[in-house]
Every structure is written in structure tokens, then in C-alpha cells.
Design a protein around this ligand. Structure first.
Ligand code: PMP
Length: 440
């Protein structure tokens, strides 16, 4: 590509000037691999952005999209619809946790989060409880980039350019505790008591009857793979139920098999009131998000309004877009036919063992994992040597033909769930080399 071709695109979440001086470009993908612009096969250690769970360019999904594009490109879904919208919702409801089966479609995770927050606020209002107007998130929570999402999210960097965000939002502490839980395998032992801070905070700072919802990622992904301590999410659920607060699971990353079950809600055996989904919903082939809510939330809206009234004043031009619906139906079929969630469950212990072999490498101060996700936290400065996660990422991309993801000093891995043992060995082998060489 010529230099001029780089001028016009303003890239998201990217150091644009740095990137354009040495662009990392992908031109194709298949299964576990990307093809780079210079024709290298790059092992995808991150399922794109935690989203290509069944591997890239799955033929069944590609075919469904192609056929749909030639049949019905678009139809409005305001006051009319197309059959695939209902089919996609039915297919999704076939795998969501029991009781959570009413589905509102949107286009990505950020829209899903804002939809869920609005649904929570409106739900209390339609029941005559308009005093519940506060929303709670967590420190280091990532809930996309809408105004609702950055407000309940707990990442200063995502907010400081944009002013104060939504009013009436508070944040709980995050449960990462490396001092007590370093190198945990699976759920960390210590820290469930942190959930009590939620209740203390509610009682000390807020009247609990003013809280509409708490939103949490079962695993905090984007801020560095924070795994909830054993029992922590169960306590959070209990506290929400006790105080009439809706619990929203943001499963944009954990949905569709990442932990070896369809959803983290299944893995933890917890019923949130709503689940936000995106990414794996279409195996990332077409943008799509969804909010799944329980029947009683849906029924409250239906009962509150006269039969000819719009019950929820919310929606997107592309809600239930035909291409997205076709991709979602095909993806859910692929997940089922190829037993992808079970494959992830079966591979998780191998993945865990391989991840923990990084322990002892220079600068590695923590390895944590659950299902098919792991975080490797680096101590960037040790004596006179500096090793930044971003430098390791760079080296992996250019020299090891491996895509990893970094956030601050943390490396996150979340490969497609179809990864083989040999590819897991390859992934961690290449990463170990890159860390060692970077530290040398
Ligand atoms: N929630 C979570 C937990 C996420 O990880 C993400 C994206 N990584 C989002 C929401 C936002 O999704 P999107 O980028 O599709 O808007």
C-alpha cells in the first residue's frame, strides 16, 4: 500500500501516527490463522478481538451470509419485520440459560450495554419505581464505548477525554488481588468477601432503593483478564436480589463458549436478570449484539402499556439486520454441530497447563486463567531491564507470527475455541520466546 492510502482512515483505539509508520496489516484469514499483507500465516491467539470462536471464515457461516445477501439485503424492523429476525431470536433462546429468553437485537457490544442499561431504567419505571435511577459498575470494568458504557465502565482512559459521563453512577472495587492470588489456576481462592463491599457501599453511600442495576463482566477481559474469586459472583447475585437491583452480566467476551459452557452464567450457575452479547453471536462475521432478558422483565413492559403502544422506546436501524441474523443462526448451528463449547471445556486444562509454564520467565509476575482465556501480567521494570507488554506484542506479530493482545502491562490470550493441542504449544512456545528475547 502506498503512503497516501494511509492518510484518510482514523483508526479506533490506535496510536495512529505510530501505527502508520509500520502498519500491521491482515489480508485474509482461515481457521486459526490470519494471512498478513506480506503473506505470513499468523496464529490467532486472540480470536480476533475475543470473537471468532469457531475459527475464521467458517464455510457454513460464509455461505449463509452470501445467500442472505442475495435474497434480502435489508428490511426495517420497526413496526414490521422479516422472518429471520424471529428465527435468530429463537435460535439464540435455544441456548441461553433457562428463563432468560427474550431477546432484543442491536449491532455490537456497546449498543448492547447501552440497551441493557436503558432497559433496566425503563423496567423500574414501567413498574412505577422511577426512584431507581442509579447504575453501578466496577473499577476496571469495560462495557464498550457508548456514553452509558463508559460511565458504568471503570477505565479512566476511556472517560477522561469526554467529561463526566452519566450522573448517578458508582463503581465497586475490582477483585484482582495479585498479592494473595498470584498464579491462580481457575478461580482465585481469596477475595469473595470483596463482594460485601458492594453492600456496605450501597448502605453507606446510597439508598439501595435508588439503584436500578449493577453491571459486571463475569471475567473482566479488556482490562487484563480479572477472574472472579471463588464465590464472589454468587454473593453479588444475592446482594442484588436482596435489594431489588437488576444484575446485568456483560458476556460480550464470555458468551458462546469461552469458559467451556454456552455462557458464563451457566459456568457459574448464576441467573443474572439480563445478559449482553455480541462478538461470538455471529462468530464476528457480521456485527451484531443482543440483550437477553428474563421473561418477567419483558412481561412487565408488555403489561404496562396498552396493546397498541410501543412498549420500549429504543431500537436501531440495523436491529436484527438480515445478514447478521443469517450469520447468527449459522454460527449457533456450527457451535452446536461441532460441539464447540464442549471442545473448549475439554481443552481448558491443557491450555491452563501451557499458560502456567510461563511462570518463571523474566518479568512475568502473574498468570491467571479460566476456560479458554488467560492473562499474563508483566512487571515491566526489573533491575535495569524493561519489558513492556506492547513490545512483546510487536515482536510476536513481526517475528513470531503470533497475534496476542495487550492492555497496559498485561497480555491477554483468548484463541478461537477450535485450537488444537499442537497450536496451544505453538502459541505459548512463541510467546515464551518473545518474552525471553524482549527481556534479554
Ligand atoms: N463489553 C465487553 C465486556 C467487551 O469486552 C466489549 C468489547 N471488547 C464491549 C462490551 C463492547 O463491544 P463492541 O466493541 O462490540 O462495542
Amino acid at each position: 500500500m502506498s503512503k497516501q492510502q494511509f492518510e484518510h482512515l482514523w483508526m479506533p483505539f490506535t496510536a495512529n501516527r505510530q501505527f502508520k509508520s509500520q502498519p500491521r496489516l491482515i489480508k485474509a484469514a482461515k481457521g486459526m490463522y490470519f494471512t498478513s499483507e506480506d503473506d505470513r500465516q499468523i496464529l490467532d491467539g486472540t480470536a480476533g478481538l475475543w470473537c471468532v470462536n469457531a475459527g475464521h471464515n467458517h464455510p457454513k457461516i460464509v455461505d449463509a451470509i452470501q445467500r442472505q445477501a442475495a435474497t434480502l439485503d435489508f428490511a426495517p424492523t420497526f413496526q414490521m419485520a422479516h422472518p429471520l429476525a424471529f428465527e435468530a431470536a429463537t435460535a439464540l433462546a435455544g441456548i441461553t440459560p433457562k428463563g432468560l429468553d427474550r431477546i432484543f437485537f442491536c449491532n455490537d457490544g456497546s449498543e448492547g450495554v447501552d440497551t441493557a442499561l436503558k432497559m433496566a431504567l425503563a423496567y423500574h419505571r414501567v413498574r412505577g419505581d422511577a426512584g431507581r435511577h442509579r447504575l453501578i459498575g466496577r473499577e476496571r470494568g469495560y462495557h464498550g464505548v457508548g456514553f452509558g458504557g463508559i460511565s458504568v465502565g471503570g477505565i479512566a482512559g476511556n472517560r477522561k477525554q469526554f467529561g463526566p459521563g452519566l450522573a448517578g453512577v458508582d463503581h465497586l472495587k475490582h477483585p484482582l488481588d495479585i498479592d494473595r492470588n498470584a498464579f491462580s489456576k481457575g478461580l482465585p481462592q481469596h477475595g469473595a468477601e470483596l463482594a460485601n463491599e458492594f453492600e456496605q457501599r450501597l448502605l453507606a453511600l446510597h439508598d439501595p432503593s435508588t439503584i436500578a442495576a449493577l453491571i459486571v463482566e463475569p471475567i473482566q477481559g479488556s482490562t487484563g483478564v480479572i477472574i472472579p474469586p471463588r464465590g464472589y459472583l454468587q454473593k453479588i447475585r444475592e446482594i442484588c436480589s436482596k435489594h431489588g437491583i437488576l444484575l446485568i452480566f456483560d458476556e460480550v467476551i464470555t458468551g458462546f463458549g469461552r469458559l467451556g459452557s454456552a455462557f458464563a452464567a451457566d459456568y457459574f450457575d448464576i441467573k443474572p436478570d439480563m445478559i449482553v452479547l455480541a462478538k461470538g453471536l455471529t462468530n464476528a462475521a457480521v456485527p451484531m449484539g443482543a440483550v437477553v432478558c428474563n421473561t418477567s422483565i419483558y412481561d412487565s413492559f408488555m403489561q404496562a402499556a396498552p396493546p397498541d403502544a410501543i412498549e420500549f422506546f429504543h431500537g436501531y436501524t440495523y436491529s436484527a439486520h438480515p445478514l447478521a441474523c443469517a450469520a447468527a443462526i449459522a454460527s449457533i448451528e456450527v457451535y452446536r454441530e461441532e460441539n464447540i463449547f464442549q471442545a473448549a471445556a475439554d481443552m481448558a486444562s491443557y491450555f491452563e497447563a501451557a499458560a502456567h509454564q510461563l511462570r518463571g520467565l523474566p518479568h512475568v509476575k502473574d498468570v491467571r486463567n479460566l476456560g479458554m482465556v488467560c492473562g499474563i501480567e508483566l512487571e515491566p521494570q526489573v533491575g535495569k531491564t524493561t519489558t513492556r507488554a506492547f513490545d512483546v506484542f510487536h515482536r510476536c506479530f513481526w517475528e513470531k507470527d503470533l497475534l496476542i493482545r495487550t492492555t497496559g502491562d498485561i497480555i491477554a490470550l483468548s484463541p478461537p475455541l477450535i485450537i488444537s493441542k499442537a497450536e496451544i504449544d505453538c502459541l505459548f512456545g512463541r510467546l515464551a520466546e518473545a518474552i525471553r528475547e524482549q527481556a534479554a
